[in-house]
Write a protein that binds this ligand. Structure first.
Ligand code: SAH
Length: 355
C-alpha cells in the first residue's frame, strides 16, 4: 500500500526518502511541490530525476480532497466547500474574502459531539477526528484555488469550522506547526485564531505551547445555568473554570482573548444577561464578539431584532467591555458550521432509504 505523505514535515519526508539514497534537498523539492505548487502526482515534479519520480510514485501517495459541493454567496465574498477525503468523510471549509485578506475557516473533526444547542455541526454527532494532513489539505485546497484563479493566497486562518479543536489536540498542534513552516505557507501564528467551547485542561496546555495564536472562547451565556443548557460541555468544565483558563491564556501569551457570544432571541439577549456578562468579564484582557445567531433548520432558536442586537452591543460598550459585532457573511449559503454537510448527509440517507 502506498504511504500518504501529505501532512508530513520536511524532516519526516527526509527519513522516508533515506532508502532511495537521494541528496537531502530532494525532500525539500517534494514538500514545496505538494504544499506550494499544487502537485498531486510525482510526474509533475519536473526538477526531480525521472527514475526517482517513478519510484516515488509506486511508494507514496499525495492526497487531494474531492470537492463535493461549492456555494458562493451572492456578494461574492464567501465561498463554502464540502471537501471529501479518501474514505468518503466530508467536511466543510469556508473562504471569506475580507477587507484585510483571505481568511479560511477549517474543520478539525467530521461532525462534532459537543452537543451545543445552537449548532448544526453536532446534529449528527461526530464521525471522526481529522488528521493534521486533512486539516492542512483544506487550507492548501483553498490556497491553490486562490493562486490559480484569483492570484491570491490564504492570509489568515480561523479554526472555527466543525469540531472541537482541543478534543483533537495533538493533530491540531501538528497542523499549526506545519502552517508556519516556510516550505508550507510560512503563516505567522498571529494570523491564526483557534476557537474552543472551553476544554479547560487543553486551554492550559495550549498556553504553554509557546505559539502566539489568538484564542477565542465560545461563551454564549453569562452564567453557569444558562451555559449548561446551551452547551453540555459546561457541566464538565464549568464557566468559572473556562474564564479562569482564558485569563491564564491572556496573561501567559500577552494576547487578548475573544469571547464569542451568539445572540439568541429572548434567551441570552436581555438586560439581566448583559449585566452578568459585564460583571464576569470586566477588567480582563479580552473582547466580546457578538454573533447574531444564524438560524439552523434543525433548531428552534431565533435571531433577535436589529434594535435588540444594537442595544446589547451598546450596553456592553458603555460598561467598559471591548465589543465587536460579527459581520454577517454567507448567511445565504448556509455558512453556519455544519449546515452544508448536514444537507448532504440528509440527501444521502434519503437516497439510501429510497434505494
Ligand atoms: N468547537 C469550537 C469551534 C467550532 S464552533 C467552539 O465551540 O468554539 C465555532 C463557532 O461557531 C461558535 O462559537 C459560534 O460562534 C459559531 N456558531 C455555531 N453555530 C452557530 C450558529 N447557529 N449561528 C452563529 N454562529 C454559530
Amino acid at each position: 500500500m502506498q504511504k500518504e505523505i501529505f501532512g508530513c514535515t520536511l524532516e519526516e519526508l527526509q527519513s522516508l526518502l533515506a532508502p532511495y539514497k537521494v541528496p537531502k534537498f530532494r525532500a525539500r523539492q517534494v514538500v514545496e511541490w505538494m504544499y506550494q505548487k499544487g502537485a498531486r502526482t510525482f510526474d509533475t515534479m519536473t526538477n526531480l530525476p525521472k527514475t526517482l519520480r517513478g519510484e516515488l510514485d509506486v511508494a507514496f501517495h499525495i492526497q487531494q480532497p474531492a470537492c463535493r459541493d461549492r456555494l458562493d454567496s451572492s456578494d461574492g465574498h464567501t465561498s463554502k466547500f464540502l471537501l471529501a477525503f479518501a474514505d468518503g468523510t466530508a467536511v466543510e471549509t469556508v473562504l471569506m474574502r475580507q477587507p484585510y485578506g483571505n481568511s479560511v475557516c477549517v474543520s478539525t473533526q467530521a461532525g462534532c459531539n459537543m452537543g451545543c444547542a445552537f449548532c448544526a455541526s453536532t446534529v449528527h454527532g461526530m464521525a471522526r477526528d481529522l488528521t493534521a494532513g486533512e486539516m492542512l489539505a483544506q487550507v492548501i485546497y483553498i490556497n491553490d484555488l486562490l493562486r490559480t484563479a484569483e492570484q491570491g493566497k490564504v492570509d489568515t486562518l480561523v479554526i472555527m469550522g466543525s469540531g472541537e479543536p482541543l478534543m483533537n489536540y495533538d493533530a491540531v498542534i501538528t497542523f499549526l506547526h506545519l502552517l508556519h513552516e516556510p516550505y508550507v505557507l510560512g503563516m505567522g501564528y498571529r494570523n491564526i485564531t483557534l476557537s474552543t467551547s472551553g476544554i479547560v485542561p487543553a486551554m492550559y496546555l495550549l498556553a504553554d505551547e509557546g505559539l502566539p495564536i489568538s484564542l477565542s472562547v465560545s461563551l454564549h451565556a453569562p452564567n453557569q445555568e444558562l451555559r449548561s443548557e446551551l452547551m453540555p460541555i459546561n457541566r464538565k468544565y464549568p464557566l468559572a473554570d473556562v474564564v479562569a483558563a482564558a485569563k491564564h491564556y491572556a496573561e501567559t501569551t500577552g494576547r487578548r482573548v475573544t469571547y464569542e457570544y451568539i445572540l439568541i432571541d429572548q434567551l441570552n439577549d436581555g438586560e439581566a444577561q448583559a449585566r452578568e456578562l459585564v460583571k464576569l468579564l470586566r477588567g480582563q484582557l479580552c473582547s466580546v464578539n457578538l454573533i447574531p445567531i444564524n438560524p439552523v433548520r434543525e433548531r428552534q432558536l431565533l435571531r433577535p431584532s436589529r434594535a435588540r442586537i444594537e442595544w446589547f452591543e451598546r450596553y456592553l460598550r458603555q460598561h467598559g467591555l471591548q465589543v465587536t459585532l460579527r459581520r454577517e457573511m454567507g448567511t445565504d449559503i448556509q455558512a453556519a458550521c455544519g449546515q452544508l454537510r448536514n444537507q448532504h448527509l440528509q440527501e444521502s440517507t434519503q437516497g439510501a432509504t429510497e434505494a
